[in-house]
Write a protein that binds this ligand. Structure first.
Ligand code: SAM
Length: 215
């Protein structure tokens, strides 16, 4: 981290991370890991998406990463029911001059995804998606994103190792981590068996799974 990640972290992202850590919102390590963010930035530059979806914004570390790594005319649909945490990061998004790329929707994600699919007929309209929200719904998000993201597009899921607990016997997992372990392990098995995607689970940050839609 000291050699490869922090020295290359854009200054405005570092400022957003510091501001997050200084607030009450920073009491739990919710923001995307800077190492995972470095990977996402590279992926985004390779995919060069015009439209992306982010589920789970918090103070906006991954959202600002996305906005900094996409073309000037890219549009990001960012969904989170909490606005107060987003307001912590907003000054840095404005400072970076990329707020015009972002459509922040204050809502639970599922109704927004259903609306995009059923009412707005946005099937196949997105090139990239990042999911970092309620783990109970990862399977539901996956089914909707498999329609919203076009064939060849990329979906990235965060926290798929859940602190490494997915690889540990239950007895070695603290009680507060057990539900997350079960949810992450179930989701990992589900997408491993999904032949509509290529996948790769990378052991950086809290575990990050990259899916490329192939059918
Ligand atoms: C781990 S944090 C996201 C961190 C963020 N990606 C970052 O880099 O800072 C999880 C976020 O998911 C949001 N969330 C929880 N349930 C949600 C839901 N049903 N739909 C959308 N977002 C949700 C929470 O409000 C929280 O801000």
């Amino acid at each position: 981290m000291e050699t490869t990640v922090y020295p290359r972290e854009p200054q405005v992202l570092k400022e957003l991370r510091d501001a997050t850590e200084k607030t009450n919102f920073g009491s739990s390590p919710m923001a995307a890991d800077p190492h995972a963010s470095q990977l996402m930035s590279m992926l985004l530059r390779m995919v060069n998406p015009k439209r992306t979806i982010e589920i789970g914004v918090y103070t906006g570390y991954s959202l600002l990463t996305t906005a900094l790594s996409t073309p000037p005319d890219a549009k990001i649909t960012a969904i989170d029911p909490e606005h107060a945490s987003y307001e912590i990061g907003l000054p840095f998004i404005i400072k970076a001059g990329i707020e015009q790329k972002i459509d922040f929707i204050q809502s639970q994600a599922l109704p927004v995804l259903d609306d995009l699919l059923l009412l707005q007929k946005e099937e196949g309209s997105f090139d990239f998606a990042f999911v970092d929200a309620d783990k109970q719904n990862y399977g539901n998000y996956h089914e909707r994103l498999m329609k919203l993201v076009k064939i060849g597009g990329v979906i990235v899921y965060d926290n798929t190792l859940w602190g490494g607990t997915v690889a540990k016997p239950d007895g070695e997992v603290p009680g507060c981590k057990r539900e997350g372990k079960v949810l992450a392990a179930e989701f990992n098995r589900r997408i491993a068996a999904d032949n509509r995607v290529e996948i790769c689970l990378l052991p950086l940050g809290d575990g990050i799974t990259i899916c490329r839609r192939i059918s």
